[in-house]
Design a protein around this ligand. Sequence first.
Ligand SMILES: *[C@@H]1O[C@H](CO)[C@@H](O)[C@H](O)[C@H]1NC(C)=O
Ligand SMILES: *[C@@H]1O[C@H](CO)[C@@H](O)[C@H](O)[C@H]1NC(C)=O
Ligand SMILES: *[C@@H]1O[C@H](CO)[C@@H](O)[C@H](O)[C@H]1NC(C)=O
Length: 447
Amino acid sequence: MSDCVLVCNVFNTYIFLYRGLLIMLRALAPIISVAPVRAMMDERFSVLVENLPPAAPVTVQSHHYSDDQDDWEAYGHYISDHNGTVSVSKHLSFGGTYSGVEPMGLLWSMCPVPGSRMGLRLRKKDVCTPLVVNISVYSGHDGFRDKKPLASAITERWYMAPGVKRIEVNENGVRGTLFIPPGPGPFPGILDMWGGGGGLHEYRAALLASHGYTALALEYFKPGELQTANLKFQYFENAFRIIQDHPKVNPDSVGILGLSLGSSIALGLAAYSNIIKPRACVCIGANHTNGLEVHESKDGFINLEQAIVDENNHHIWRNIGLAMMRDPSNLVDVQRINCPVLLVSGQDDQNWPSVEMADDITQKMHDVGKAHQLTRIDYPDAGHLIEPPFSPHFRATNFMVKDKYKVIVLWGGQTKPHSDAQEDSWRKILVFFQQHLYSITSPKAKL
Ligand SMILES: *[C@@H]1O[C@H](CO)[C@@H](O)[C@H](O)[C@H]1NC(C)=O
Ligand SMILES: *[C@@H]1O[C@H](CO)[C@@H](O)[C@H](O)[C@H]1NC(C)=O
Ligand SMILES: *[C@@H]1O[C@H](CO)[C@@H](O)[C@H](O)[C@H]1NC(C)=O
């Protein structure tokens, strides 16, 4: 009897010790955590690695497999503190795709992995799914690609907030996608237009809806149709009216957001339309050459034979825009515009003379006593493609000029200042729309 009790006790003690050892080992294994795990695309996250040895060199890497089936990654080299911790929000990266204290460097410095196709641009295609990023920690600063990670964590980045509705539009010939915020409304509306690459891009409109705007992502020609598209007033007026007439929209409170060619349409509509009255316009990479209705008479949009190519054979178009500016008949009469306008330009824009155009717009509005309607933000070392926050920076990417005629276009910008510009301008764009569109819908928004 007593022997048996003794044996059992010894056995239990071993089990106890063994379990304790397991718990200790588990506690000592490095762990990585990302907070919030599920976030909006324009929200910051924090990445924390714990349980490392003190003063250990490690590499923190992010990886994303895109909707286009390409692998993107960013990484920073860190040294753990005396507690065995690396906090990406607080600690220095000593190198990698970014350096310094860069809480969001793991997103904005993403590049295609070595060996990828050339000239890629990362754009979320399916906004109903999140952009999934896998963040891993590896020991050492060299050769992480050949190693197994010490730990990994998945984080989701969303363009579409919970409750936002996505509706495909094909009405009066207008092609696009409407995003409606959750709640009874009515909401202010925004017509969202991208540039000369053509096609339908939903992600920015989805993000605008997540901030309380009914937003229409508009397709106005197909990729590769820049030279042949006929941009009719009526098409854009119809698109604007689809937003305005929606029961969830305050019809007096619809604005326009355009980038590049999209900004020239925004300005053209604001200056000349007798039918629609935008309440506010935001132009990124400002372009006030007049594209509406004039295409057929001008024999193609831009004469690509005038393009300059750099030593990498990347196309620079800014001089084409400068040449177009010399003939005032090419330009929108911005003096006619009667709504607040925000111009966002990158001072290293190689694609279009957006700073010179912003200067010309400023001068002309000033001359007719409309300077108060204009707000300008110019970002040093930012390029043409100022996207929502934390999107990677693309200095040069593939561009389909015509069917089967592809070039690499130089957009410009340096990665870090360009990324700062994206974060700062997005906040200012939202404040601008809030001031000019939301105050009309909801007196509360003024508080
Ligand atoms: C190290 O960890 C201790 C205990 O968790 C904590 O109180 C202290 O603030 C940490 N120090 C640093 C530099 O993070
Ligand atoms: C995250 O990446 C690591 C390193 O490549 C891999 O081992 C892990 O399986 C990935 N996790 C997921 C959920 O894909
Ligand atoms: C600027 O607008 C004009 C006219 O709408 C257009 O031809 C040109 O392609 C635009 N520039 C860019 C860079 O899209």
